[in-house]
Write a protein that binds this ligand. Structure first.
Ligand code: ADP
Length: 550
């Protein structure tokens, strides 16, 4: 027998309407590209979103059209999230750190009809104009006073709003309507489009909202997303914040440690979200100032593995760290590291060991691990395999890309993450590597993440990466690539081995060390192993140099 309850579509428009009514006290602060600080609230945002939605329709945008954005974190970018999706068009956020070829590829692949851009990117777009879709229109996200001279034949954002009605009843869309599109940054080949629905976006916000780390943030949450609106919807914050009534502080383009420290201090930010490289930068500023930004007490870190040394450094200055794992294909949050309150009194070491894992799955996300033989592995903390996921916020296939879809989905409809993991019986997820980054030495796997994390804890190391290099006897051996804090005092391989021997076996230690001034980064702020392997293409293992063959 079926139950007798209503079925109302889960729509993004409902999030902002709710916030404007119920969370009218919450504020949205943005450091603008124009240089000043701007303040608004959900009520004003609702009015401007209505205006922009009318403007979009006047520009010919209809259900299913893709509308692109190329912009930093700020209130106008957030308005576009709602104005575009609420009328059934698709908000396609583009990562400005993509290469020119990738930018050209995805605007054509998505067939974007309009591109909204921050002032910052106008010169880049002028250069690429001839290679971008010929009929794509441009809107510059600024006011008339700041409109630049440009060859783009661009419209002005604030002019578009002018005179439009500020109230609107949103269409009752089907909840499966596509709402947003984000391409993976292509660390694993051509960028692939993930097409979120209204339903998946609202469910993601609900599922994140009930997870422990939102409770950890407190009722007075004032969140600074360094995680960009241009990648995986800033981990869902533009939907979650209006739902929970949190304040947002958008940092705009200045993402260095000092600029972030100052903004957090002056705006009373309580929680900040971003990738480990950004938080390493903020640690530098904390050291310089001799303290953390006064109100900061919570941090979400994800996107790549957070080194334990970094988690400890923050916890020691009074910032609770939540180490989360996810993917573009998962909207993105898959697991997170909010600890049960019963563990609050446990010894520091025990808590940090748990926080260094990728935490436990979010409600609504299911995990399975599959071994090389295709068999499902036990969740016993030991068995390793590729992590597969299933849930309402997880992609069922890439946008217009059957080949990539066939590769990613298994026969039972699970999505293969390409991450190698083990899962404890109490649910803690331990990521060992991306499958293609694992090092296979003499038939045994070495996790580059484990080795990197230990190296990163050494006081003379600013950043570390480990890649496999070919070896005649062992197939592959780990090579350690280090950015030293100071060139006058580089860490030796022996010093790092001493540290590693506390938790690694001798055969897992890297055989050699290479010092570099900086590591290549992907468009999402992760170390690009692909580029690093290319850069070190000429590297020869010491055994081959001496001809000893191990
Ligand atoms: P891309 O950078 O390729 O576009 P995503 O931004 O979607 O992809 O990143 C997803 C991948 O990032 C995951 O599959 C995983 O390998 C890595 N990742 C994300 N969070 C973590 C974490 N906390 N620890 C280790 N790896 C992580």
């Amino acid at each position: 027998m079926k139950g007798l309850m209503m079925h109302r579509p889960l729509l993004i428009s409902g999030l902002l309407d709710y916030a404007a009514e119920v969370h009218d006290h919450a504020t949205i602060v943005s450091r603008r590209v124009e240089g000043d600080i701007h303040r608004t609230d959900y009520r004003q945002m609702q009015a401007r979103v209505a205006q922009m939605s009318f403007a979009l329709e006047q520009l010919g945008i209809v259900l299913g059209d893709r509308v692109a954005t190329l912009a930093w974190n700020g209130y106008r970018h957030m308005e576009l999230y709602f104005a575009i999706s609420n009328i059934g068009a698709i908000c396609h956020t583009i990562n400005p750190r993509l290469s020119a070829e990738q930018l050209i590829y995805i605007t054509h692949h998505a067939a974007d009809r309009i591109l909204f851009t921050d002032l910052t990117f106008v010169p880049v777009l002028e250069k690429l104009r001839d290679q971008l879709p010929a009929d794509m229109r441009y809107v510059i996200m600024t006011d008339a006073a700041h409109m630049p001279e440009t060859t783009l034949d661009a419209l002005c954002y604030e002019d578009l709003l002018d005179g439009q009605p500020t109230k609107r009843d949103w269409p009752d869309l089907d909840e499966e309507t596509a709402a947003a599109l984000c391409y993976t940054s292509g660390t694993t080949g051509e960028p692939k489009g993930v097409l979120y629905t209204h339903r998946s976006s609202v469910l993601h916000a609900l599922q994140t909202g009930v997870s422990g780390f939102v409770a950890d943030m407190g009722r007075d949450a004032r969140i600074l997303p360094v995680v960009p609106l241009f990648h995986v919807n800033a981990w869902g914050l533009p939907y979650l914040a209006p739902m929970m009534g949190a304040d947002l502080v958008h940092p705009g383009p200045a993402l260095d440690g000092e600029s972030l420290w100052t903004l957090m201090e002056t705006e009373g930010v309580t929680s900040a979200w971003g990738v480990p490289t950004i938080w390493q930068g903020l640690l530098g500023a904390i050291e310089k100032h001799g303290r953390k930004p006064a109100a900061l007490r919570h941090m979400v870190v994800g996107g790549s593995a957070a080194p334990r040394s970094m988690i400890e450094a923050y916890e020691k200055v009074g910032v609770t760290v939540n180490h989360a794992w996810g993917m573009t294909e998962m909207s993105p949050i898959g697991s997170h590291g909010a600890l049960p309150w019963q563990i609050d009194g446990a010894p520091f070491d025990e808590r940090m060991a748990l926080k260094s894992t990728q935490g436990r799955r979010a409600f609504g996300v299911e995990f399975k691990i599959v071994g090389d033989d295709g068999q499902r592995q036990p969740h016993d903390g030991k068995a390793k395999g590729e992590l597969y996921v299933r849930g309402n916020n997880i992609t069922s296939g890439y946008y217009n890309n059957e080949a990539a879809t066939a590769k990613a989905m298994d026969a039972e409809g699970w999505f293969g993450t390409g991450d190698v993991a083990s899962i404890r019986d109490d649910g803690y997820l331990q990521l060992h590597d991306r499958a293609k980054d694992l090092i296979k030495s003499g038939g045994e796997w070495i996790s580059s993440i484990d080795v990197e994390n230990i190296a990163a804890a050494h006081p003379k190391v600013a950043q570390a990466a480990v890649i496999a290099v070919p070896h005649p006897k062992w197939d592959e051996r780990p090579l350690l690539v280090v950015v030293p804090k100071s060139d006058d005092d580089r860490p030796t391989l022996d010093e790092l081995h001493q540290l590693m021997l506390h938790s690694l076996a001798r055969w897992q230690l890297p055989d050699d060390i290479v010092y570099v001034a900086q590591l290549p980064m992907t468009a999402t702020g992760k170390i690009s192993k692909l580029t690093l392997r290319d850069q070190l293409g000429e590297y020869v293992h010491p055994d081959l140099r001496t001809g000893e063959n191990g």
